[in-house]
Design a protein around this ligand. Structure first.
Ligand code: ADP
Ligand code: MG
Length: 682
């Protein structure tokens, strides 16, 4: 009897894999690995060449080697720290291994087995060439020559050794993968287990092949949305009561020409019964919020509701304040929905949304949960869209109100080079606000080493004395609000001590919503002089009277983030200054970024520099962390693939006329989207 291999279900939970129990499942979840496909897409960061054995005599300190040797001694030594010292020898020379943590089993095993194969970095310990904590295997006889493969080094997390991840990846690769699912399994397998003689260029080509598939999937999903949109219907929102004109008169400033043009583009879209899907791109401070307000007013005039989604609670709260200011005088009701409301308030606000009393509903992505029921949703606005991640965007579903879908307006400050726009926003029309409001003063940017912090504090004291307000931003390398908060808290205390005559306050993401809101309002009202904050203030915070900003650890931040942060000042008519405090020794790339920041305030220029800086580097190594990135593709490395993505994508679309775009979209999403993307329904 013959049995056929049955392909695995690529979406099966990772526990399907041999050896993955509940505790390993929890650890893997931290890496975003929930399903078999996630493990397959968990690609190495880089590779180590462990295919050649290096004689001990050829070893140089500071590098990693594969060594095969005889174990000649094994003893516990008591120096500064107790350790296990192992002497090894091959025909060419001698060296030592050291283990500062070791088990009895390990000790016995090393003493008993005469041969060892190890991999690790060697250093001088006094005069002895020593490898601390190598990866190793012991053998009763001289081991066979190593198998010629490049050993992958994977992104990992606490409690998960490289050896373990490697084993899991190997087991995953050995499964019977289906042949036609839109995922390049062959290429993925080779990226996990490349032959040692594979030239680096071929590795790059393999990576490109996978990136091309991913980008094409993304393009198809977006194109599918665009096609579907043409066939969908939205509520046409023609002009009627002229409330927009009243807002224009009440604003207190004149729209820039660019703003006026974009408002017109948006309102023209809204008049049609084809659903709008428009991206408004404009640098920090170019005035995107007010565009959203005009659109919301148009919907309200037609007794329809608008949902406005912001990436952070802080920004949602600020939008709530602005929209209330602008819309309440027009007799419109604005409601804020955040995660942390008391139950009774939450209920009454949800009721206002459901019965149609609320014209504009503002919130974070909590807004798009099932339980929020709208009476007549005609417009969805997503602010700072880049914060939501490409896969969250792919997963957006148009929640049809009966047969009508909402118009969508998407706003972003991320300047995207033209070539990318076409592919990344294949589903959208694009409006650009290419002008800042009049009277904006340029922001002067200065770089200072950390040891000048005392002088920095004095300079800020002087500024505050003149009645200005300032931010002091504490940043850390990790995107961890928790850690950043622990840095900000003592910093706020120190600064308050150093500046006893001024009101110093603290703002970080771990604070309760009401506290955050109260602090922000007090800062806006001028009741706080210096706001010590984490990067929670990065998006959207708008306090025009704040004119100075100090950014800690500036050398560690990317240009895009520095530019966003700096955009919090320079919003009023006073000259503004930004100080980049950096480590006394800045790496080369850090220096280039700091120089670029000091030289330019142009978001497009800085974005270009950013792409250049992130050039090839390690194979796969420059892949960015964070949810806004693709899983494999890196826009810094793969922008040149875009024309091919578009061409292939369009070919595939014409070849698949029978497939319902929505089904196709679901298939592609199921394969590529991380399992924890969540489905946002807009
Ligand atoms: P962003 O594009 O970064 O979202 P905002 O919408 O927050 O910018 O606007 C930044 C600041 O500029 C706000 O205080 C806003 O009220 C103000 N503003 C917007 N448009 C104009 C304008 N045409 N003239 C003067 N100030 C403006
Ligand atoms: Mg904004």
């Amino acid at each position: 009897m013959r049995s056929w291999p049955v392909p695995v279900d690529v979406h099966a939970p990772i526990t399907r894999l041999k050896g993955v129990g509940p505790s390993l499942q929890v650890t893997l979840a931290k890496l975003g690995i929930f399903r078999l496909i996630d493990m397959m897409l968990h690609l190495p960061l880089r590779y180590q060449d462990r295919s050649t054995v290096t004689p001990l005599a050829h070893i140089r300190a500071g590098e990693e080697y594969l060594v095969q040797a005889k174990v000649v001694s094994c003893q516990v030594v008591f120096g500064k720290r107790r350790s296990l010292k192992v002497g090894i020898e091959d025909p060419s020379g001698r060296a030592h291994l050291r283990f500062f943590h070791f088990s009895k089993y390990q000790q016995d095993n090393l003493a008993k087995q005469p041969y060892i194969r190890l991999f690790g970095e060697f250093k001088f310990f006094g005069r002895e060439l020593t490898c601390a904590h190598p990866e190793y295997e012991v053998f009763p006889e001289p081991p066979a020559p190593p198998v010629p493969v490049l050993t992958p080094v994977y992104p990992s997390t606490q409690g998960l050794s490289q050896a373990r991840v490697r084993k899991l990846a190997a087991t995953t690769c050995a499964l019977e993968w289906p042949s036609e699912t839109g995922t390049p399994f062959q290429a993925l397998r080779q990226l996990h287990q490349p032959p040692a003689n594979l030239p680096p260029a071929d590795l790059e080509a393999l990576q490109e092949q996978v990136a091309l598939e991913e980008l094409t999937a993304y393009y198809l999903v977006m194109k599918g949305r665009a096609l579907q949109r043409q066939a969908d219907h939205a509520r046409a929102l023609p002009r009627s009561a002229g409330l927009g004109r009243t807002l224009l008169q009440n604003l207190g400033f004149q729209l820039t020409q660019a703003q006026a043009r974009v408002v017109k583009e948006v309102l023209t879209d809204l008049e049609k019964s084809v659903p709008m899907l428009r991206l408004v791109q404009g640098d920090v401070g170019s005035g995107k919020t007010v565009i959203a307000a005009f659109a919301a007013i148009r919907a309200a005039e037609q007794r329809c509701q608008t949902a406005l989604m912001a990436p952070t609670e802080l920004l949602a709260e600020q939008h709530f304040a602005n929209f209330s200011n602008w819309l309440q005088p027009l007799g419109l009701e604005v409601v804020l929905l955040t995660g942390q409301l008391p139950a009774a308030q939450q209920r009454s606000r949800l009721a206002a949304v459901a019965n149609g009393d609320a014209h504009v509903v503002i919130g974070t992505h909590a807004l798009f949960q099932e339980k929020v029921v709208f009476k007549q949703l005609a417009l969805s606005i997503i602010d700072e869209q880049h914060r939501f991640g490409v896969y969250q965007r792919m997963a957006l579903k148009d929640k049809a109100e009966e047969t009508l879908v909402p118009h969508q307006l998407v706003m972003t400050a991320t300047p995207i080079p033209r070539t990318l726009t076409m592919a990344l926003y294949a589903d959208m029309d694009v409006s650009v606000i290419d002008e800042l409001p009049k009277g904006r003063q340029p922001i002067t940017t200065h770089a200072l080493p950390e040891n000048k912090r005392p002088q920095m504090v004095q300079a800020i004291a002087k500024v505050l004395n003149q009645g200005s307000q300032a931010y002091w931003v504490c940043t850390l390398i990790e995107e961890s609000e928790e850690l950043a908060a622990t840095a900000a808290i003592p910093m706020a205390q120190q600064l308050q001590q150093a500046l006893p005559d001024f009101r110093v306050a603290l703002l970080h993401g771990r604070m309760k919503s009401e506290e955050k809101l109260a602090t922000m309002q007090a800062f806006k009202a001028g009741e706080i002089d210096l706001l010590v904050a984490t990067t929670v203030i990065e998006v959207g915070v708008d306090v025009p009277t704040a004119t100075h900003m100090v950014i800690e650890n500036a050398e560690r931040l990317g240009l895009a983030q520095l530019h966003q942060l700096r955009g919090r000042v320079g919003r009023g008519e006073q000259a503004s200054h930004c100080y980049l405090l950096h480590n006394n020794s800045v790496g080369e790339a850090g220096q280039v970024r700091i120089d670029a920041m000091c030289a330019s305030q142009d978001g497009f220029y800085l974005a270009e520099q950013d792409l250049k800086l992130r050039g090839p580097g390690d194979i796969l190594g420059s892949r960015q962390a964070g949810e806004q990135s693709f899983r494999i593709a890196d826009l810094g490395l793969h922008a040149h693939l875009m024309p091919r993505v578009i061409q292939r994508g369009d070919e595939l679309l014409t070849a698949l006329p029978g497939t319902a775009p929505a089904d196709e979209r679901d298939n592609l999403l199921a394969t590529w989207a991380p399992a924890d993307t969540g489905h946002l329904t807009v």
